[in-house]
Design a protein around this ligand. Structure first.
Ligand SMILES: *Cc1c(COP(=O)(O)O)cnc(C)c1O
Length: 555
């Protein structure tokens, strides 16, 4: 239904809610019924009393996490819903809150994200699509023309998946004004866009819902955490309809810690790479057009989408074939990868354009070791070319926390388990873990063909760490670090120097580490992060160069 402009600013969104949802008496968890007090014995939720990190139910309202999100986004906590199956959970709940099955309908742009349609079907809600123009621009009049008295939702994805373009926020606000239902704007890719967010429009439009996610720019797709932002009345409805513990405890903690780490410059790198990838792919003989993007992917129109798709697979590169989608005929959707991955993609497209055979694939560089002595038993494995599936358990919790910086910040895979004689002390565990890790790294580096060899990293955070690395084969450690505490957590600080000495010896590398900082935890963390960043730069393999980075020809 269409309404004259500006009559709706004060419209009560609750009027649009399904009657059964408005009348709902939500499930009250054990923790809901208790409102503060000095409790030391928790016998209210039939949990296991044995502490293991996950034996207690998590906060069903995710108060701490919402505080962090509120700070990050500049939005009131009362306006936030956090979903435990990503923003896909919010999409499903939106239908459940507003659309009467078999009666109401939703209108969406096309081509767009497929989950809106599937979630509509699951909820028995009719789904109407309005095609974007040939250049993927949006005509809000034709969208409104597709609505009727039973249209509860309009879905707009901006930047839009798979077309990559963002819509004008003023146009979207005007649409919210004119629509007598709920406008949902899915901003999954907004962190990559320079076109602005609709979050600041929430205060002006109580019929607006904005979806965002930690899955894309924030690099947490595996944690399945998405958000809906809306006026407090709608946000409270999500809270009532969701399953009580929809976001598990480890995920809440992990997301908070990664929010604190920030975006680490990855967004700028992806944006730069998107420009480079777009220019380079346009030059390939098989590419007809690369559409402009406000996101971390490119929609690429090629001469024969199925053929190019399969030729890319032969080169070990998987993209999304969107050519069967109306409006995307002949198109592939290509996610922007790391600079090295983009180099390979550019080369693969160039070869396909010329009709050349695919570049021979290089095997991944892996190394592993099983090391058992009377003091420790260690399994270590590294993969320098793939960051998936890391696992670290040395028995020392703080050391584990430090070692996790290596896969996180070097972008490599590390699996490391140690059963050590911690009842004696931490010495053997720390020394032997370093040796095993270094042995696995040395094996993975192999003949070191094509590697950059050197890595440099300079200041980080309020603690500063400088790490220089040379993988040339000479063994040395320069260690200029002073801790002021004997222990951080369960880990002795005097052992860190020895740890890096053992690691450098086993890896056969030259390491210069100097660091300063007030807080010993941050100081150690800055060292491990900087080490990981330097390592990342040094092990990086030039995909087109197979020579050895030394004037002597061997390192
Ligand atoms: C990836 C994506 C999402 C889903 O994100 P999750 O939070 O991982 O569920 C939502 N909307 C669009 C348009 C996406 O491309």
């Amino acid at each position: 239904m269409l309404l004259p402009t500006n009559t709706l600013l004060m419209t009560d969104p609750l009027r649009l809610v399904r009657p059964n949802i408005l009348a709902l008496e939500p499930y009250a968890t054990a923790r809901d019924e208790f409102d503060g007090g000095d409790i030391s014995v928790w016998l209210d939720a039939n949990e296991s009393p044995y502490t293991n990190g996950v034996n207690r139910y998590p906060d069903p309202h995710q108060k701490e996490l919402k505080k962090a999100i509120a700070r990050l986004k500049g939005v009131d906590e009362a306006c936030i819903f956090v979903g435990g199956a990503g923003s896909d959970e919010a999409i499903d709940l939106t239908y459940r809150i507003f659309c009467r099955p078999g009666i109401d309908n939703a209108v969406a742009i096309s081509p767009s994200y497929g989950v809106y349609r599937v979630a509509a079907a699951i909820n028995d809600v009719k789904y109407r699509e309005v095609m974007l123009a040939d250049d993927f621009t949006l005509d809000t009049d034709s969208l409104l023309a597709a609505t009727d008295a039973n249209t509860r939702l309009i879905w707009i994805c901006s930047p839009n998946n798979p077309t990559g373009n963002a819509f004008d926020t003023d146009d979207l606000e005007a649409l919210a004004d004119r629509f007598d239902g709920i406008l949902v704007v899915d901003e999954a890719y907004v962190d990559f866009s320079t076109r602005g967010t609709m979050l600041s429009a929430l205060a002006r439009h109580r019929n607006l819902i904005v979806l965002q996610t930690f899955s894309k720019a924030w690099g947490m797709a595996g944690l399945r955490t998405g958000m809906a932002f809306a006026c407090p009345e709608i946000a409270a409805l999500y809270g009532r309809v969701k399953y009580p513990y929809n976001l598990n405890g480890p995920t809440q903690r992990e997301v908070m810690s990664r929010i604190a780490d920030g975006l680490q410059g990855h967004v700028e790198e992806i944006r730069r790479e998107a420009v480079r990838l777009s220019r380079s792919l346009s030059e390939s003989g098989c590419v007809e057009k690369v559409y402009p993007t406000d996101a971390n992917f490119l929609l690429v129109k090629v001469s024969d989408a199925d053929a190019v798709y399969h030729r890319l697979i032969e080169s070990g590169i998987l993209v999304r074939n969107r050519s069967s989608m109306a409006g995307c005929e002949g198109c592939l959707r290509v996610t922007v990868g790391t600079p090295a991955e983009n180099d390979l993609t550019i080369e693969a497209f160039a070869r396909i354009g010329r009709g050349d055979a695919p570049l021979a694939k290089r095997p991944e560089r892996k190394g592993s070791t099983d090391r058992t002595t009377s003091e420790t038993s260690i399994e270590a494995a590294v993969n320098l070319d793939r960051s998936t599936e890391s696992a670290i358990d040395t028995g020392l919790k703080f050391l584990d926390h430090m070692l996790w910086q290596i896969p996180h910040h070097a972008g490599i895979g590390v699996r490391l388990t140690c059963k050590g004689d911690l009842y004696v002390d931490e010495h053997h565990t720390m020394e032997d873990v370093a040796i095993a890790l270094g042995d696995a790294m040395r094996e993975a580096l192999g003949d070191k063909r094509g590697i950059e060899r050197y890595g440099f990293v300079l200041p980080m955070d309020e603690s500063r760490a400088m790490v220089l690395i040379d993988l040339g084969g000479r063994i040395d450690l320069e260690w200029d670090v002073e801790f002021t505490r004997e222990y951080v957590g369960d880990t002795p600080t005097e052992m860190f120097g020895h740890f890096f000495k053992s690691l450098a010896t086993a890896m056969r590398c030259n390491l210069h580490i100097s660091a300063r900082g007030e807080n010993n935890h941050h100081l150690a963390e800055a060292i491990f992060k900087a080490f990981a960043r330097a390592l990342k730069a040094a092990v990086r393999r030039d995909p087109f160069n197979d020579t050895i980075a030394s004037s002597k020809g061997v390192i």
